[in-house]
Design a protein around this ligand. Structure first.
Ligand SMILES: Nc1ncnc2c1ncn2[C@@H]1O[C@H](COP(=O)(O)OP(=O)(O)OP(=O)(O)O)[C@@H](O)[C@H]1O
Length: 239
């Protein structure tokens, strides 16, 4: 298999700027951002609070649109798509993990994991089978029928990892996935996230402040003053 950088990028940002109006002034949160992400890459995004990390994830997922510049996912220019087409692309091609887990409280653990499969048209029996297999992989098969509020924070986040990867999206976006977890539990969740992402040859972009994650990432990016800065490659440089 060719190295990731030889394949076409899964995500490409060309000269992306995002500005917000504040009274009479306009504030640029992102300025001239360039980025290429490839399948198989595990990428960490660092940056101070308010530096624009979530804004960047929202632009990549098509939840938000840039003020200027181009965002391409899987070769498709999001600027040329309607909102419903962007929603469809996101549903099929992206998995999300949030700091606050965001599981649906009225659905069981298994139903939460089945949801992205069913939204993507998988028939119920197949979706159930796949959901249980994923729950096995995150060590929660026995909790399939529990409701999320019966689970610890770490368990809920493991369910969220299973849900994000259920439909085998090529792109995983995680916004501070360990922010609400203690160090040990956070490490377990990151192990799972990294393992499952690499197994599926997906690309993960993970916002984190976790120093342990920086050392195992293929690439480390940082938002600084509206610019996206790439730090020296870690794992790849060591290969
Ligand atoms: N809809 C909006 N309107 C105006 N300003 C916004 C809007 N959304 C975000 N911002 C501003 O853009 C800046 C970047 O926000 P963003 O949430 O991307 O930062 P962040 O790096 O993810 O921060 P944190 O680490 O605290 O979550 C912030 O100053 C925020 O106030």
């Amino acid at each position: 298999m060719p190295p990731p950088s030889d394949s076409p990028p899964l995500v490409e940002l060309r000269d992306v700027t995002k500005a917000y109006a504040e009274g009479d002034t306009v504030r640029e949160v992102l300025s001239g951002v360039q980025l290429s992400l490839h399948r198989g890459e595990f990428v960490v995004l660092l940056g101070r609070s308010g530096s624009g990390k979530s804004t960047l994830l929202n632009l990549i997922s098509g939840i938000d649109v840039p003020t200027r510049g181009e965002v391409r996912v899987d070769g498709r220019d999001l600027g040329g798509l309607s909102e419903s087409a962007r929603t469809l692309l996101r549903r099929e091609r992206v998995g999300f993990i949030f700091q606050a887990f965001n599981l649906l409280p009225t659905l069981t653990v298994e139903e939460n994991v089945r949801l992205p499969l069913e939204l993507n048209g998988h028939v119920s029996a197949k979706a159930g089978e796949k959901a249980r297999e994923l729950l096995e992989r995150v060590g929660l098969r026995a909790r399939a029928r529990s409701f999320p509020d019966r689970l610890s924070g770490g368990e809920q986040q493991r369910v969220a990892v299973a849900r994000a990867l259920a439909h085998s999206p090529p792109l995983l976006l995680a916004d501070e996935p360990t922010g609400n977890l203690d160090e040990t539990t956070g490490r377990q969740v990151l192990d799972l996230l990294e393992g499952l992402t690499r197994q599926g040859n997906a690309c993960a972009l993970v916002v984190t402040h976790e120093p342990g994650l920086v050392s195992r990432a293929d690439r480390v990016l940082s938002m600084e003053g509206g610019r996206l800065v790439e730090r020296e490659h870690t794992r790849r440089a060591a290969r």
